[in-house]
Design a protein around this ligand. Structure first.
Ligand SMILES: [Zn+2]
Length: 354
């Protein structure tokens, strides 16, 4: 990323020379060459998912890029920490949130944000949703927008920029006579890239394996590294039989990769368990069936979150009692663990049939 920024500066500097030099054409050719190099250099350090969204190289927020991009976004300048805090409360990607806020407000300059503290363009129901809501502070307005995004992303499962664009700015809509909605997805995508890349849902889109109404929980790998059942382990020099009550899914570069819900349900636990499961999430699917997702790199989506099969829950890590990054996945039926492969094998079988 640093390399790319330097190249952008060189391009601007050469652009400034055109008027002075009189070698405009030569400079123009050089700019084109530098632009091509810049684009190639940039894309080599980024991962593009099936939907074309740019993803953070490290999987983390790039604080410098987020600060510098927001600094050039009018009233949104200096809101990075607020956006990160609200995103963590709502289980959404701070980079996606910021990218949409920047685009929707025309880089922090729209009437809605400047005069009404309303970056999300939320309408006031008291006016029959004809007028924009007026928030007392920008933080309140950002909170309202975070709530809306939470509902679209977490509750409705619209996890990619393309999915969100289909709701925020439907192409071909009757209220879009000039076809401006067509800019929404490419603009939000390129702003997300400017901010340092998305930090969530980068493996989602086409890569989540959903068969019927069930999803494979780790889109980036299907490797089982430890199965359900009794293991004989040595504890204080004595061999003991212990139940490994779930399956472990790992392999490759699984650290920080998304974990998704096996099926529809509601999050009933989202906490840290230092000595055991680390950061973990439990989902109640109804009918006495629950699933558990352990050792997440950070706290998963909050309690009360409604999920669908394939909804984002958190990211693979190695917190708690774990020797390396993996998902420890358990299935409970009426409070008792059962072999998760009884539930996971049909997903793999369904995928190989089609
Ligand atoms: Zn395990």
């Amino acid at each position: 990323m640093a390399k790319k920024m330097v190249q952008r500066k060189i391009v601007l500097w050469l652009g400034g020379l055109i008027g002075i030099s009189g070698f405009g054409i030569i400079v123009l050719v050089m700019i084109v060459v530098l632009l091509i190099v810049g684009i190639a250099g940039g894309s080599a350090s980024q991962t593009v998912n099936g939907g074309g969204s740019y993803c953070s190289v490290t999987g983390e927020v790039n604080h410098d890029l987020m600060d510098s991009t927001l600094a050039g976004a009018g009233k949104l300048a200096g809101t990075k920490d607020m956006i990160i805090q609200l995103s963590s409360e709502k289980g959404i990607d701070p980079v996606l949130f910021a990218a949409i806020a920047i685009h929707e407000t025309g880089y922090g300059t729209s009437n809605a944000i400047v005069n009404k503290n309303n970056p999300g363009g939320l309408m006031n129901p008291a006016t029959g949703s004809r007028e924009l809501y007026v928030f007392d502070t920008l933080e309140e307005g950002l909170r309202g927008m975070a709530n809306t995004l939470h509902n679209r992303i977490i509750k409705d499962g619209l996890v990619t920029i393309e999915d969100l664009g289909s709701v925020y700015a439907p192409v071909g809509a009757g209220n879009d006579p000039n076809g401006l909605n067509g800019h929404w997805v490419p603009n939000v995508t390129s702003i997300a890239e400017e901010l340092g890349g998305l930090t969530m849902n980068c493996e989602q889109g086409g890569d989540v394996l959903i068969v019927g109404d069930k999803a494979w929980p780790v889109p980036s790998t299907k490797t089982i590294t430890s199965v359900y059942g009794f293991r004989t382990i040595k504890v204080n020099g004595v061999w003991q039989s212990r139940l490994h009550a779930g399956v472990d899914i790992a392999g490759g570069n699984v650290n920080g990769k998304p974990i998704v819900s096996y099926a529809a349900g509601v999050v009933t636990k989202s906490q840290n368990h230092a000595g055991g499961w680390g950061n973990h999430v439990v989902i109640d699917h109804g009918g006495g069936v629950q699933t558990l997702y352990a050792h997440m790199i950070e706290k998963g989506v909050p309690v009360g979150t409604q999920v669908n099969a394939g909804s984002y829950l958190g990211r693979v890590g190695s917190t708690g009692n774990s020797t390396g990054p993996h998902l420890h996945f358990e299935v409970y039926v009426n409070g008792q663990t059962v072999d998760p492969m009884l539930y996971l094998t049909p997903i793999l079988a369904g995928a190989s049939e089609s």
